[in-house]
Every structure is written in C-alpha cells, then in structure tokens.
Write a protein of this length. Structure first.
Length: 294
C-alpha cells in the first residue's frame, strides 16, 4: 500500500494507472499535475485524482510513488522540475514508449538521484487520448517493460514489478537499447506505415471514393493511424535511428514483392506471401517472448 501517488501528466496512461491503483486498493491518495489546469480539474471531477497540484514538484511532495506520464520529449524538463524531491526510497517511473532518450535525460538531470528511477513502458493504450478515456482495466493482461539502469535501486525495481503485476501486467526486463530496437520493429514502424498509407490515400483524387468502399481489412490495417499526432511525432523523432533501420528493411521486402509482380514471377511471389502468412499465423497461435522476466 502506498500513501500517495504523485501523478505528473493526467492523460489516458497516467489516469488509467491512478484508477488501477485505486481499484486494487494500493494507494490512499492521488495528487495530480498537468500543464493544463482544465485537465487537472477534469481529472479531479472524474475521481481520477484526489488533489490537484499547481506544479510537478508539488505533486511529488509527500508522495512515495510517482508516475511521470508525459510525452517523451517532455521527460527532461520534468526531471529538472522535480529533481530536488527525487529522494531515496521513493519509486519514480515513467510510461514512455522510447527508453534510451528518457534514460539519457534521467542520467543528465538526476545524477546521484538516478537510482530512484525505474524506467517503464506499459504495452497498452488506445487511439484516443485524454483523461476522460482513463480506464482502470487498461493494463490488465498487458506486458510492461522495465529497463532499469545499473545504478537503479534493486528494492525499487522489485516494488515496480509488484505494482505493475498488481494491476494485471506481465512484467519483463531488458536494456533500454534492446527495448528501442525491438519496439522500432513491432510498434513504431507499423505506425509509420499506417500514417504514410493514410496520407497516400488522402493525396489521391479518388481517395475518398476508395475509402467509402473499404472494409474490415482496411479497418484493421489503418486503425493505428488514428493515434495522437503529438505523441507519435515525439516517438518517431526520439527513436528515429532504429525506426529508419526498420524502414530500410521493410523497403527491401516491399521491393522484393514488387519485383516479382513486375516479372510475372507467380511461384516466387506466392512463396513470399506464404512465408508472411505462416509467420503471422505462428505468432498468432503462440506469441512468445524471449526477454527475461523479473
């Protein structure tokens, strides 16, 4: 049981975490801060937070667990605003979708206080953003990746593990570098492709007519293109090196398919499609993780 959660960023991810802790009986009080006063007030009215803080530092004051749920580009500024209250024994976590940039910012800013920080990435979310969509069940049955540093207090790593497990997550651990490479492949590149695809449709003179004929396949493929633009701008820029590597790999695979089509090479084209179909079917039937568990 925690006495107080300091929530910095009252949006979907942070709000859902606060509600999940409340539902599980793991926190007595939630103090929340967001850059927008109207957002904080809405969070209070909805019962997501109990007290509205006027600054990030005031949200941290008196808290024994702190969740930083801000866009990844705002991480360094947030660390600067709270570093004087990053004390030993207090669990600080984030929910950023990239980890190397967040970890580097923590090292630069927190310095000797960095052992209190346990970087985290819950693999959950929706295409909609905002505190009004906060859901206490958002994290149930989901994975959360912890990327602790060498200096991170192992007691706090265990606390983080216990907290995420208590709200229904499977907890995994990996290095920040491995995390960013992996999620460039399985999350960030798919979003990039979905954005490009929708933009390509919009640029065509008959694009709207084509969209009116779209069915379930289009819906499934394009769903993530409706994601929050500000959040994904930051993610794509912060992990650009790994994403561009994955984009090059994808481009080669696409060019291979295109080449077989141009050459009317049906057998090879069918083989490439069958390889993709088999790979997808095997993932669907038996999704396995090779990452270490905590």
């Amino acid at each position: 049981m925690f006495n107080q959660l300091g929530l910095i960023g009252c949006g979907l991810m942070g709000g859902s975490f606060a509600l999940a802790l409340k539902k599980a009986g793991l926190v007595k009080r939630v103090v929340g801060y967001s850059k927008s006063p109207s957002t904080v007030e809405k969070a209070r009215r909805l019962g997501v937070i109990d007290v509205a803080a006027e600054s990030a530092l005031l949200a941290v004051s008196g808290s024994d667990i702190v969740l930083i749920a801000v866009p990844v580009a705002a991480s360094e500024g947030t660390f600067k605003s709270i570093r004087h209250l990053v004390n030993p024994g207090v669990l600080f976590m984030d929910v950023g979708s990239t980890k190397r940039d967040v970890v580097d910012a923590a090292r630069r800013v927190l310095k000797e206080r960095v052992p209190s920080f346990v970087p985290a990435h819950p693999i959950a979310g929706r295409e909609v953003a905002g505190i009004e969509h906060a859901d206490p069940t958002l994290y149930q049955g989901r994975k959360v990746i912890l990327t602790p540093l060498q200096q991170t207090d192992p007691v706090l790593v265990q606390k983080a593990t216990d907290v995420w497990a208590a709200v229904g997550c499977q907890v995994l651990k990996m290095s920040p570098e491995h995390h960013d490479a992996a999620f460039a492949a399985v999350s960030h590149l798919p979003h990039l492709l979905a954005f490009a695809y929708m933009n390509a449709m919009a640029e065509q003179p008959a694009g709207q007519e084509y969209l009116s004929l779209a069915g379930p396949g289009f819906r499934d493929f394009s769903r993530i293109a409706a994601s929050d633009a500000t959040i994904w701008r930051d993610i794509l820029l912060s992990n650009r090196e790994e994403i561009l590597k994955q984009s090059e790999t994808f481009r080669r695979a696409l060019e291979d398919l295109e080449r077989q089509m141009r050459d009317w090479n049906g057998p090879t084209l069918e083989g490439l499609i069958d390889t993709a179909s088999t790979s997808r079917s095997q993932w669907q039937l038996s999704p396995k993780s090779t990452f270490s568990r905590l």
